[in-house]
Structure formats: C-alpha cells, structure tokens
Design a protein around this ligand. Structure first.
Ligand SMILES: *[C@@H]1O[C@H](CO)[C@@H](O)[C@H](O)[C@H]1NC(C)=O
Ligand SMILES: *[C@@H]1O[C@H](CO)[C@@H](O)[C@H](O)[C@H]1NC(C)=O
Length: 191
C-alpha cells in the first residue's frame, strides 16, 4: 500500500518533469522540439560543443501553437566559484522574443520563428573544465509572451552579464506564466 503509493508518486513526479531536469522548477511535461542541425534532442541527451554552436530550430510536433512566445535558454550548472550564492548558479544563454508558430508541418514540426535576436542573443554552450567533470544541464523554456514584455529593470544587469540569472524571480517580475514547452540537453567540458 505504502509502496504502491510511493511508486505512483514517483511515477507522477517523473511524468510531470519529463522535459526539464529532475528537481528543476518550473517542471514542464510538454515537449519543445529542439533541433540542432539534423539532431532532434531527446530530454537529457548529451551533446558535444560542435553540435550546439548555432541557435537550434524550435518547434512543436503535436500541434501548432497559437500565440507569441518568449524563448529562454539557461545553463543551471554555473560553478559556485562564478556564482554569487556559494552554490551552483544559472547562466543566461539566450532570451529571444516574438516566436510564432507556422501553421504547416515542415519536416514533421510546426516551426517557431521570429525576426528578433534578443534581448539576449544565442550564446553557445561552453562549459568550463572541472574536476571531477561536471555535465551541465542546458534548458530551453518557451513562455507565452506577455503584451508589452520588457526585461524588468532589476534583472537588466543579469541579462547583460548573463551571470546569476534567476528564472524564478524573472518569471515573477516579468509576469510570465508557467512555461508552455521545454526541453534540455547535457554538455560537459571537452565533449
Ligand atoms: C514528437 O517528437 C518526439 C521526438 O522528438 C517523439 O518522441 C514524439 O513521438 C513526436 N510526437 C509526434 C506527435 O509526432
Ligand atoms: C531567486 O529568486 C527567488 C524569488 O525572488 C528567491 O527566493 C531565490 O532565493 C533566488 N535564488 C537565488 C539563487 O538567488
């Protein structure tokens, strides 16, 4: 009884966070299709630096999305030595506005596209060397973009420097609802 209760909790937890790393908040259970060249990522997949040098193609493969979306790309494994909290921090690898979905499938996906490149352009992963080696989790989050979206002034410094970005506080201050889609991959120095 207790065991099956625990088991269903575990199963529910796993299902809920399928497209974000275990323990990451906000957890997302709906897929953002992320395609680097010909590689469509599966959640948690390891990718090398050569794979991720350029902004991936984003999309969905179940349904075309109806709104305008904000894409946020973060590394949640900034070494503590670079972080302002004494624990691992977050690096902002991109924040790009204005994504809209194609209404037609192309190569199996409803591609999301935008003419914007900011407020924070795509910054390719480059995890630093660490001993022991530490694979970084790189998370792609898609939010419905609020009307008149702007980077809140208290987050401008972190957005400019890309260091110590706080996604929880950012969501609150920028009035973002829970992400509608996500995905993630891992990358380690030297790969
Ligand atoms: C969407 O793509 C993923 C792989 O990226 C696959 O697992 C899933 O079945 C696809 N869904 C549809 C509806 O094609
Ligand atoms: C991020 O912001 C939230 C909400 O303001 C706060 O509770 C949390 O401590 C912050 N996290 C870090 C690592 O600073």
């Amino acid at each position: 009884m207790l065991f099956s209760g625990l088991l269903s909790l575990l199963v529910a937890g796993a299902a809920l966070a399928q497209y974000t790393p275990p323990g990451f908040v906000p957890a997302v259970d709906t897929e953002l299709v992320v395609k680097f060249g010909s590689k469509t990522i599966t959640p948690g997949q390891s990718l090398g630096k050569a794979d991720t040098g350029r902004m991936p193609i984003l999309g969905t493969n179940d349904t075309a999305l109806p709104g305008t979306y904000l894409f946020i790309f973060i590394d949640i494994d900034l070494p503590a030595s670079f972080s302002n909290t004494g624990a691992r921090g977050v690096v902002l690898h991109g924040m790009i506005t204005g994504f809209k979905s194609s209404t037609m499938l192309k190569d199996g996906i409803y591609q999301l596209s935008t003419t914007a490149t900011g407020p924070s352009s795509y910054f390719a992963p480059a995890p630093p060397a660490e001993r022991p080696a530490w694979p970084h989790n790189y998370i792609q989050l898609l939010f419905l973009q609020p009307d008149g979206f702007k980077v809140p002034s208290n987050h401008q410094a972190a957005v400019n420097s890309r260091l110590n970005f706080n996604i929880t506080a950012f969501m609150k201050d920028a009035n973002l609802d829970a992400p509608v889609r996500a995905n993630y991959f891992r990358q380690v120095n030297g790969a």
